[in-house]
Design a protein around this ligand. Structure first.
Ligand SMILES: [Zn+2]
Length: 807
């Protein structure tokens, strides 16, 4: 009976929240593509890869089943540069589609088979990326594919949309010394007399065509297992020793995800393969592609993003995205939201609550920045916040439901849509089926509508009545404008959520729970017999929100000391940071900076202290410089740069010389550039020559030079033009500061013999140089350009600018 009551209440609330939502949901369904066949299997055979012409030969055998009576032709997506040489059925081409004519009309359920033999050329980077080493270190010749969203049809004819799953074979013949990695099980690996090698991979369980993957590169395999399933790491030979320290967490992550979801890892193997110039990672089914930035052994003290988020993110897609796949791209948050959420759950399992909250706090900061720029709902085509907001909303859902009902719902979702597609509403249905809770209202406000509650809270204590009254206002505005199609994203005027208030007093805490549902709610906390010493609104941080709540410093200091929740602590630190002349605030921050139980709280307190007078800030900063956490020491060094003065400069120098963390030394580069104007130049030149993981130290030095505007360093920066992507950008920055020599040198780089240097230089013109300088400089340079590719790119950019200027 109770169940029914809550269902009724929930659906009433959903109606009250507005009809726009239903329209929104229908709009998302509209983005699913119709098709009159069901792709069953493709055998994709590739050979004769040629790096100079970015081409190959292809042979694709397709099996499909007609889903409509009288189908007389099949339309496949196939890039216009795939030239059909022969086919077992008649074909015709229209742009990026290939029509295959059937000998007689097929009936519903009829199986159709045909083979297409073609010569494929790719526009480099579309579907396949061919990389030539050009003599650069750590960058062997290679090819990698990238399908998502709809680029796989540029290298094989297929149905390039996520709502039709198939099985497939990828058979690749590659030159001597190369390995081909693809999805599924390795069926055969045959070496020919000429040394070329043919790898046959078979993906035996259906998945979406955008997840078909191929990597061709000189790789070594480092082998692991989870249960009996191979877990392999394919890296360049020179990275062999770095692979296991980085990837060894994978079997344990597979184990934790299998346990949390109740769905054992579903694929024949798991490969992680590193490639050059990759944007991060891609969850190709059972064969994830990752960027080739393997951390060195001492980089682990700086908690490399690669292990903290990249590996667990792509791995979780093997369930969320590959096993259950969004039906269309307007529900892509189902893939990305879960993939962004799961790493935090892995770290919660391994390291505890604070690391999980730490992970989510970063998502929160990203979300707020994105939402401030442009507000969109989670479930919308092209939504800009599916990663962080997806993770935060799932976390909120978990807190709302409780752990076991939440994971039961996730299990239901995965089982009900196994090897198939899903929409946002399917997840709501899974929660309903698993828990009896219809969270239509939750989906309405968090998935289909945009924004978050912006709370303003005020309190009043009545000692006679022993009550603390909180007035809670929701001040968010529904101000989004309609786009050209008339589609407008709404923000709820009032979010409905339960909230917990914790009031600290000399006689212990008083905790009250209330339901928020209106623009203004009043919460009366009873039995507050002594005056409050702190008031926590949303104890446990159960609501994704912004909070304005003006409080006495003493309350904030008590909360910072006592509240275990990291978001709440960071909120408190932000409040205290705005009181630089309040000794009580300085004392609370100094205590947190030096003795808080989690490093991220110490980091935040250190950052806040940077805005305090040196006399208050320096003693705790100096003490915090001895922290065992590299992140805290890096924050201290950065703060020293802001505080300034001789003592800060000396401490920053010591950190540069003695610290083993690249993050700390990179922070020291900035601090020394800020605090030591006399020693800056030789120091920065030295920093430019100091290698570190992902060039953290060099990047810091380049930024410091650009910021300093010191044009005496132009030639030194130019000397590194071929070593570092930032160098041409710094030349552009110095040119913008008036250095004609920097501008001349930058223009010369457009004629550099190395393709990548010309590319970097052009990017610097486009993105870093002020436009009123970039345009005439490129016009002047255009006539003298030696290389056709650069000339073409420059002329295209100039035309684009002319068009934009002419409007
Ligand atoms: Zn992802």
């Amino acid at each position: 009976m109770r169940l029914l009551v809550s269902l009724v209440t929930a659906s009433c609330a959903a109606t009250a929240l507005g009809a726009q939502t239903n329209a929104e949901r229908m709009a998302n369904d509209r983005y699913t593509r119709s098709h009159d066949y069901d792709l069953i299997h493709q055998r994709i055979e590739l050979s004769n890869f040629d790096w100079d012409s970015t081409s190959f030969d292809g042979n694709v055998a397709t099996t499909l089943v007609a889903r409509r009576a009288g189908v007389d032709s099949v339309i496949l997506d196939a890039g216009a540069k795939l030239v059909v040489k022969s086919a077992t059925l008649r074909t015709a081409r229209h742009g990026d589609t290939l029509v295959v004519f059937l000998p007689r009309p097929a009936d519903v359920g009829d199986t159709v088979r045909f083979t297409i033999i073609y010569h494929g050329v790719v526009e480099n980077g579309h579907g396949l990326t061919y990389i030539n080493s050009e003599g650069r270190p750590h960058r062997p010749r290679q090819i990698w594919s990238q399908g998502e969203d709809d680029n796989n049809h540029y290298w094989f004819p297929t149905y390039d949309f996520p709502n039709d799953k198939m099985t497939w074979d990828v058979v690749a013949t590659v030159p001597r010394g190369f390995t081909a990695v693809s999805n599924g099980r390795l069926v055969s690996d045959v070496v020919a007399r000429d040394g070329s090698r043919t790898f046959a991979w078979r993906q035996e369980k259906p998945s979406a065509t955008y997840l078909v993957s191929l990597i061709v590169a000189p790789l070594v395999k480092v082998h692991d297992t989870w249960r009996t399933i191979p877990v392999d790491y394919y890296v360049y030979r020179e990275d062999s020793a770095l692979a296991r320290p980085l990837f060894h967490v994978t079997p344990d992550m597979i184990d934790v995800y299998s346990r949390l979801t109740g769905v054992a890892y579903p694929w024949a193997k798991y490969a992680q393969t590193t490639v050059a110039d990759f944007f991060g990672g891609m969850e190709n089914v059972s064969a994830t592609t990752l960027v080739d930035w393997l951390p060195g052994l001492r980089d682990y003290q700086d908690r490399p993003w690669y292990q903290w988020i990249l590996i667990p993110h792509e791995l979780s897609h093997q369930w969320f995205g590959d096993y259950v796949t969004t039906e269309n791209w307007a529900n892509m948050w189902l893939n990305e939201g879960f993939a962004e959420f799961m790493p935090g759950e892995y770290w919660r399992e391994k390291l505890g609550t604070h690391p999980a909250q730490d992970y989510l706090l970063d998502e929160y900061n990203q979300f707020m920045q994105i939402d401030d720029e442009h507000r969109m709902p989670l479930a919308a085509l092209g939504s800009n916040n599916i990663y962080p907001k997806g993770a935060l909303v799932l976390q909120m859902l978990k807190q709302y439901l409780g752990d076991r009902p939440f994971w039961a719902s996730v299990h239901r979702y995965l089982v009900d849509h196994a090897l198939d597609n899903a929409t946002t509403d399917d997840l709501r249905q899974a929660v309903l089926d698993a828990t009896g809770q219809n969270l239509d209202w939750f989906w309405d406000q968090w998935m289909y509508q945009a924004g978050y509650p912006d709370f303003t809270v005020t309190t009043k204590y009545d000692s006679t009545a022993a009550t603390l009254t909180l007035v809670v206002q929701q001040t968010q505005q529904d101000s989004s404008k309609a786009d050209s199609t008339g589609l407008r994203y709404t923000t709820p005027a009032a979010f409905r959520m339960p909230v917990t208030v914790r009031v600290g007093t000399g006689a212990g805490d008083v905790v009250a729970r209330a339901e928020l549902s209106r623009r203004q709610d009043t919460i009366v906390v009873r039995d507050v017999k002594r005056a409050p010493t702190m008031v926590i609104f949303d104890d446990g941080n159960a609501i994704l929100k912004r909070l304005t709540f003006d409080q006495p410093t003493a309350w904030l200091a008590v909360q910072l000391d006592r509240d275990p929740d990291l978001w709440n602590r960071h909120w408190v630190i932000a409040q205290l940071g705005q009181r630089p002349n309040d000794p009580l605030a300085a004392g609370a921050l100094a205590k947190a900076a030096t003795s808080s139980d989690y490093f991220l709280t110490r980091v935040a307190a250190v950052q806040a202290l940077a805005q305090f007078p040196a006399v208050a800030a320096l003693p705790p900063l100096q003490a915090a410089l001895k922290d065992t956490s590299a992140q805290v020491r890096a924050a201290v060094v950065e703060a020293l740069g802001t505080v300034g003065g001789a003592q800060a400069a000396t401490l920053a120098r010591q950190a540069w010389t003695n610290d083993s963390s690249a993050a700390v030394r990179a922070a020291a580069v900035v601090a020394i550039a800020q605090t030591d104007s006399a020693g800056r130049r030789p120091f920065l030149l030295q920093a430019l020559l100091t290698p570190s993981y992902r060039d953290e130290i060099q990047n810091s030095a380049y930024r410091a030079i650009a910021r300093s505007g010191d044009t005496t360093m132009v030639d030194s920066v130019n000397a590194h033009a071929g070593d570092h992507h930032f160098a041409p950008h710094v030349l552009a920055a110095l040119a913008s500061r008036g250095s004609t020599r920097a501008l001349d040198l930058l223009a010369k780089l457009l004629n550099d013999d190395r393709t990548f240097v010309r590319g970097w230089a052009l990017e610097a013109f486009q993105f870093t140089l002020r436009h009123e300088l970039a345009q005439p400089a490129l016009q002047a340079a255009s006539a003298g350009l030696k290389f056709a590719d650069t000339k073409k790119a420059v002329d295209e950019l100039l035309q684009e600018w002319a068009k934009a200027g002419g409007k």
